[in-house]
Design a binder for this molecule. Structure first.
Ligand SMILES: *Cc1c(COP(=O)(O)O)cnc(C)c1O
Length: 634
């Protein structure tokens, strides 16, 4: 222990502390000089260098960074892992993935998936007319489109036209009432539809989204409804149109055993639907492939107890075993992985604006005639042992409270109270030091460390950029992107710049379990301190809201090159204040006019000169066109 203390802190200690190799999936690493790097194609680029490029381009923090190569690499890994599993198991049909657009609908992401996914026959899953229109305008004919969700006549017409154009467009029937519309419209348009059927699985899965499966799931057809749909199709002479069977167990499924059970159940449905006469060619296992956000490889909700290879192998082998047993031909395997495809490619970067520490500000020495409670407080603080720790903890609170009460009653003055608070804080820090060397922390003192943690104020809005932290306590890896060759000597929680007390983060990835505080470095005067929130590519961008009218952040896409350089390939300027005002129905021109009038009246009243008015209006206009986040003056 002491030995280690004498040696200078090494970047690899930071790597272990923050777990970057455990959750980074080989896309993020640490360089020896203490920088987080993005890695692909055997090259490595320091995120701080990318940030420097942003600063040079006047792209202010916060910025959402997308690394396009990582998105490409995930599609490649997914498709190749399935191909390998298929080859190893001598499964006779290929894998075709579809990307569910709802997971990240941003044009830059969807277009990249369409483009790079072409070589793997990667298609799209759509859940609404709007997403359908994205798919039809982004993919070319021949690609797979799976339509889930409730479909009205217009949605169905779009899909039938797509079939005519040559897309492999499946309607997945989610409720029996959709069938008559599909039959009627396909006759009117004169095209034979490609129909899918969503089954309601009984298999329960653990995790956040477990209600997507089981008896009370709002999705899918029950056994009775399935038979009705099959009979309905047979009556219409359309059973040959039933080509796809769909199931979706939920998102972020942490336990491989749940997936195996789901596939077993789905395979039985598949066998019997074929026996009923359906001309099935595709089986679609939906989403659910989890991301190991905490990097602990366990059945925890923020983790997963399997690798991508395990996932593919389990699906392929489990399906094959059932089908071969029943002598049923193999279908094309489809999955709708969203989270796992896009999560890794995005990092939210922001700077720290300020900190609050909970430490005594001055050393307080005994003074003649001072309140005797101060001496008592000092004594407790100076005589701490492992044995008296609980009692001391109680005593310092007791003396501190007596001082506070005395203040309320007018018997203790403000200066004395301030001194007491200082000694009290000192005492708590001393107690925390003793706790550090104890094997077991007394239950009454569990919250102590958290209550002493610094608050680091970050230039971001939780509600806009990380809504799942607020909504469902999602855990994302967070760490500084530089200075990692220095020991992070502070323990902190993060606060955002909204004035909402929920705008804070106090749950962090730890070495074995989540931690309430994050180790960070003290700020240096005149130097920015940058943090990254990793694995935020899935579900965060469009669920965010305009809390306190903080808008979309700047977005930058980079592409890493084999020679270790990188290019800024796309940038999107975040919302201006005028933009967010117009989202809530203000008219920016009118807003400015109102201000001009107020300033004109001030001129009339002699409060300001005309020249001052012009300066004020200029500044006001610049604000309207400015970024909604904290901007550093240059
Ligand atoms: C949301 C959703 C997905 C995506 O799930 P992930 O866990 O993100 O892969 C896939 N299919 C359907 C039907 C969905 O609703």
């Amino acid at each position: 222990m002491d030995q280690q203390k004498l040696q200078p802190w090494q970047a690899k200690q930071s790597a272990d502390l923050y777990g970057i190799e455990r959750w980074g999936n080989d896309y993020f690493g640490l360089s020896n000089d203490g920088h987080v790097t993005a890695k692909t194609l055997n090259t490595e680029v320091a995120l701080l260098d990318i940030v420097k490029g942003m600063v040079e381009r006047d792209l202010q923090m916060p910025v959402l960074l997308r690394v396009e190569n990582i998105l490409d690499a995930q599609i490649k890994r997914l498709s190749e892992a399935f191909s390998d599993a298929i080859n190893n198991a001598s499964y006779t049909q290929p894998y075709h993935g579809v990307y569910p657009i709802k997971v990240n609908q941003q044009a830059q992401v969807v277009e990249e998936i369409a483009d790079f996914g072409k070589r793997y026959h990667h298609g799209f899953e759509v859940g609404s007319k709007a997403e359908m229109i994205i798919a039809l305008s982004t993919l070319e004919p021949g690609r797979l489109i799976v339509c889930n969700g409730y479909k009205d006549e217009e949605f169905i017409d779009l899909g039938l036209q797509a079939l005519k154009l040559g897309f492999d467009c499946f309607f997945v029937i989610e409720t029996p009432s959709e069938l008559p519309i599909i039959i009627e419209r396909s006759r009117a348009i004169n095209v034979r539809p490609m129909i899918g059927i969503r089954i309601k699985m009984i298999s329960q899965v653990s995790g956040h989204w477990n209600s997507t499966s089981g008896d009370r799931s709002i999705f899918g057809l029950t056994a009775t409804q399935l038979i009705d749909v099959v009979d309905g199709l047979r009556q219409e002479g359309m059973l040959d149109c039933l080509k796809l069977m769909h199931c979706h167990l939920g998102s972020q499924i942490p336990n491989l055993e749940d997936i195996r059970n789901g596939v077993i159940e789905a395979s039985r449905y598949y066998v019997d639907l074929v026996r009923e006469g359906a001309a099935l060619t595709h089986i679609d296992f939906g989403g659910g492939l989890a991301v190991d956000y905490s990097g602990i490889q366990s059945e925890d909700n923020h983790s997963r107890n399997y690798s991508l290879e395990d996932y593919c192998k389990t699906m392929v082998e489990t399906l094959k075993a059932t089908l071969d047993n029943e002598a049923i031909a193999h279908p094309i395997i489809v999955t709708e992985s969203g989270r796992a495809v896009v999560a890794y490619a995005s990092v939210l970067l922001f700077n720290i604006l300020d900190t609050t520490t909970f430490e005594s500000t001055v050393e307080s020495l005994a003074e003649p005639g001072e309140n005797p409670l101060l001496a008592k407080l000092r004594d407790v603080s100076n005589q701490l042992t492992k044995e008296n720790i609980e009692q001391s903890y109680e005593l310092v609170h007791q003396y501190r409270n007596q001082i506070r009460n005395g203040f309320k009653e007018g018997q203790v003055d403000l200066r004395c109270r301030a001194t007491a608070e200082n000694i009290f804080l000192d005492a708590l820090h001393n107690i925390a030091d003793v706790l550090d060397v104890m094997d077991e922390i007394p239950s009454t003192m569990e919250g102590l460390k958290l209550s002493l943690a610094d608050i680091y104020y970050g230039n971001f809005s939780l509600f806009q950029s990380l809504p799942d932290i607020w909504a469902i306590d999602q855990l994302f890896p967070i760490m500084p992107i530089h200075r990692l060759d220095e020991e992070p000597s502070r323990q902190a929680i993060l606060a955002d710049i909204t004035c909402d007390c929920d705008g804070k983060i106090d749950n962090f990835v730890g070495q074995t379990e989540p931690q309430k505080t994050l180790p960070l470095h003290p700020l240096k005067v005149g130097e920015e301190y940058y943090l990254g929130v990793f694995l935020v590519g899935a579900y965060q961008e469009t669920l965010g809201d305009l809390h306190n009218l903080f808008g979309d952040t700047n977005v930058v896409s980079v592409r890493l090159n084999r020679d270790g350089s990188f290019d800024f390939v796309k940038e999107m300027i975040g919302d201006t204040i005028a933009d967010v005002l117009s989202y809530v129905e203000y008219e920016p021109k009118q807003v400015e006019l109102n201000y001009r009038n107020i300033a004109e009246r001030a001129v009339q009243l002699g409060r300001i000169t005309v020249a001052e008015r012009q300066e004020m209006i200029k500044a006001f206009r610049a604000s309207l066109q400015g970024y909604t986040y904290y901007e550093r003056e240059h």
